[in-house]
Design a protein. Structure first.
Length: 208
């Protein structure tokens, strides 16, 4: 009888042990599923962070390129501004130089200073001293211009000035002062040409 109780006791222990093992399997599966889900979530977050980082890097690269382009544009604008200012200053200097030269040319004609007149004129102009003439050679034709004779009652003003690189044309109005008003006595067109950085009178004529 004692042996029968012993057998029942052993069978009960085996049954409890089996039940204990069977009840642990669902909890293990649940833990594994939870860990797998967590890993998937972490992987998804990591991938999202990588994409975000990539987008930020691309945005930063574009911003740097835009900044560099903007800096280049600013430098280009500054250089263009300096070039325009330099060109303007050169034009103003040329205008003043040509104006002073024209007035000097009128003066030496009036004074019949043939030596200085020769220095101011280009090769295409011949000076005929005994006839007080300038002979202007243009293309295949020639024409003459009598040396101007001015007096203290004459006044002059520049009407216009046009030039293109090494050539320029200017018009001057001459007025005679009367008792009550100034009277226009004539308009002269003077052409200049530049050679070796120096300007010379290449033509002169009366215009309407």
């Amino acid at each position: 009888m004692k042996s029968v109780y012993t057998l029942f006791a052993c069978a009960g222990l085996i049954t409890l042990s089996a039940c204990s093992d069977n009840s642990g399997e669902p909890e293990s599966d649940q833990n594994e599923t939870s860990m797998a889900q967590t890993n998937e979530n972490l992987s998804a977050q990591l991938e999202a962070e990588r994409e975000r980082t990539k987008e930020l890097e691309e945005a930063e690269k574009e911003l740097r390129e835009e900044n560099l382009e903007l800096k280049n544009d600013i430098l280009t604008y500054k250089q263009e501004s300096l070039d325009r200012r330099q060109e303007f200053n050169e034009q103003m200097e040329s205008r003043e130089e040509l104006h002073s030269m024209a007035l000097e040319f009128f003066r030496v004609m009036h004074e019949r200073d043939y030596s200085q007149l020769d220095e101011l004129t280009a090769d295409g102009i011949d000076i005929v001293e005994d006839e007080e003439l300038l002979v202007i050679h243009e293309d295949k034709s020639s024409r003459s211009f009598h040396l101007m004779q001015l007096d203290q009652n004459h006044f002059t003003s520049r009407r216009s000035l046009d030039w293109d690189e090494d050539k320029a044309v200017s018009e001057y109005s001459f007025y005679r002062a009367g008792e009550e008003e100034l009277t226009l006595s004539g308009v002269v067109e003077v052409a200049f040409e530049q050679r070796n950085s120096d300007w010379y009178v290449s033509s002169i004529q009366y215009v309407n």
